[in-house]
Design a protein around this ligand. Sequence first.
Ligand code: GZL
Length: 344
Amino acid sequence: MKFKKLVAVLSSVLLMGTMFAGCAPSSTTTAPAASTEKAAPAAQEEAKPAEKPKNDKLVVGFAQIGQESGWRDAETWSILNTAEELGVDLKFSDAQQKQENQIKAIRTFIQQQVDVIGVAPVVETGWETVFKEAKDAGIPIILVDRRADVPEDLYAAFIGSDFILEGQNAAKEMAALLGNKGSIVELQGTVGASAATDRMKGFTDELGNYPDMKILASQTGDFTRAKGKEVMEAFLKAYPGQINGVYAHNDDMALGAIEAIKDAGLKPSVDIKVVSIDGVKGIFEAMAAGEANVTVECNPLLGPQFFQAAQDLKDGKTVEKWIKSDEGIFRQETAKEDLPNRKY
Ligand code: GZL
């Protein structure tokens, strides 16, 4: 099923913070029903919890952030599509970018006694309590595409990119485009998200190697195209004729910034250089049209790695603590030939 259609199906089925179970063709595994016959109460003894049914089918709960960007839609497609291909019993929740909905979903997965829980933490903090509940229930957690600020024993693995390296690479690309001098504005991702924190850190650290380059202003666009455009409009008003480059933590915000630059009568990628992160199809189209300069790839197609790690955990195997995704850097010069090969 095409990922846009799959995501459309998903969003029409999902209400705010509700669950979407049974992506796999087979019927979904529901939480084991409480036993109906009343066991004779053993004198003064705690009733034993219902035995988890022996089930060789992998049962996974995935607490997704939402649908804020093309990158996120591609990741969701990869999770749903891989689950369907592997016949995994997947219970999927879309949190509409609200941490409380992700926490609710994790608690539901625990009640459903899934084998493994995957979560893309919308922000880094606030997870310790619910992750401990999962650990006490014997259910391993896999962090996907964003980190959580918890002790390492509360999650089995992190599957995702090196965001600091992405930020460093973006700064090097911007320096090359500007001849090592100029003023940049920064569109940050969601405040508190590890992808935003680390992309900002990597970019700022690397910029320290270029004394004639500086960040004029930095503000969150929440990883969305609409907010990226809004913030760039404000930057263009506040710093007329002073902005040589825009660095966006994701391509969706860069595409919004490109709209704002054109509305201001300027040429994106010429008057103002455009460097962003993700590698979604839209930025390749913008580069091919001569409106963006560079995208640093951040691979969202994490479904295969995620379900492999989940199956390994179910089989009692150990998994690497950080399963890194490999990524490239793509520039305007090759965008036309790269575009047909892009999978998301
Ligand atoms: C990165 C991911 C980020 C993307 C954005 O792993 O968490 O979230 O870069 C997305 O496009 O919204």
